[in-house]
Design a protein around this ligand. Structure first.
Ligand SMILES: Cc1cc2nc3c(=O)[nH]c(=O)nc-3n(C[C@H](O)[C@H](O)[C@H](O)COP(=O)(O)O)c2cc1C
Length: 357
């Protein structure tokens, strides 16, 4: 069986082991979305992840979800990210960046703009803004022109990512953000070529992915999905038709990887996606227990189920030297207060200790 601590490959990259750092939004960017020096420190601390998938960065102004999240649509953003990739490379790491458009998970109090989405269906929750949690607004249904412009914004952000020194880009089609809103029947009520049957609802994710792959190369393009995930008010009642339809459209593109959130080795749909996907599959197990033993067990099960690589989120938040700890069988740092994940400057961000101090 594959040892998760043994070297691995992702396209042209040789990785020191199989445990990647999952994308983790931490709201430490400047108000305009420019990455801060603190973010460069945080990612450099975690360079031993081998491959870091950088947190969701917004490809245009209207796609911003919350205050202080990272963006990538101005020269200032590009320059800020370049400092992050330089710090990670100097520390021996590799880095992709996730691109995320929030769609209806956004608020005019943050962006000054009416959110856009496949259909005018509001998130049935409040949204965090600088004025606190506010009811989610009803988004504007995207026109064909909006769709074309948004696809182009993803491609342009992907070009910026390469310019900023990233080795690739992950298209975020998971966790209830814009692309996932197109996939799911409860958020996509369209009657045009982007709505209705699964083959139509996958079209937007496919177009964004193709545009990103055209812009930077398919070998530098990954896609993240969360089949059956209910985050951000998503309800999918046809996952067994929807996700195979998506994989069917993506499988011929020669992408760097498919990244599956909540990949459950016992789940039939997950097994089907593994069978249907010809390339690298990253499984993100979603842990219920953050101990050394539980993380190691989940990583082993993920690889035994046919995943090629494993992405871990919270263990990397709390342990800048996660892999050194797993190699030694050392205890993991406990994850601190939940709110520190999203606010708090260096507190709960760059102050988690490494074993060597
Ligand atoms: C603080 C925090 C921020 C997250 N931000 C993102 C994100 O930007 N993009 C994304 O696709 N998933 C995001 N996730 C989900 C993680 O990538 C991962 O799927 C989840 O934490 C489960 O993995 P784990 O059990 O190893 O933590 C986030 C999760 C947490 C806890």
């Amino acid at each position: 069986m594959t040892d998760f601590l043994a070297p691995a490959r992702l396209g042209q990259l040789t990785l020191p082991h199989h445990l990647l750092m999952a994308p983790l939004t931490r709201n430490r960017a400047e108000p305009d979305g420019t990455p801060t020096p603190l973010m460069a420190d945080y990612y450099a601390q975690r360079a031993s992840a081998g491959l870091i998938i950088g947190e969701a960065a917004t490809p245009n102004a209207v796609g911003q979800t919350y205050p202080d999240i990272a963006a990538l649509h101005t020269d200032r953003h590009t320059d800020g990210w370049r400092k992050v990739t330089e710090a990670v490379r100097a520390a021996g790491g590799h880095m992709f960046l996730q691109l995320q458009h929030g769609g209806r998970v956004s608020h005019p109090a943050t962006t000054g703009l009416t959110p856009v989405a496949p259909s005018a269906v509001a998130l049935p929750e409040t949204i965090f803004t600088r004025q606190g949690h506010l009811p989610a607004p009803v988004p504007r249904a995207m026109t064909p022109d909006d769709i074309r412009a948004t696809v182009a914004d993803f491609a342009s952000a992907a070009r910026r990512a390469i310019d900023a020194g990233f080795e690739g880009v992950e298209v975020h089609s998971a966790n209830g953000h814009l692309l996932h809103q197109f996939l799911a029947g409860n958020t996509n009520r369209r009657t045009d070529a982007y709505g209705g049957p699964p083959e139509h609802r996958v079209r937007f994710t496919v177009e964004v992915t193709e545009a990103v792959a055209d812009a930077i190369g398919a070998g530098r393009t990954g896609v993240r999905i969360s089949p059956g995930g209910t985050v951000n008010g998503i309800q999918e009642d046809d996952t067994t038709a929807l996700y195979p339809a998506l994989v069917h459209r993506l499988r011929g593109l020669g992408l760097a990887y498919l990244h599956v959130v909540r990949a459950d080795p016992g789940d039939e749909l997950y097994r089907r996606l593994r069978e249907d996907w010809p390339g690298t599959l990253i499984g993100n197990p979603v842990l219920t227990d953050l101990t050394t033993e539980a993380v190691a067990r989940a990583a082993r099960e993920m690889l035994a189920s046919g995943a090629d690589l494993v992405a871990l989120g919270r263990p990397y938040i709390a342990n800048p030297d996660l892999v050194a700890r797993l190699r030694k069988g050392a205890a993991l740092n406990p994850l601190r207060e939940r709110y520190l994940m999203y606010v708090g400057g260096a507190d709960g961000y760059t102050d988690y200790p490494a074993l060597d101090g």
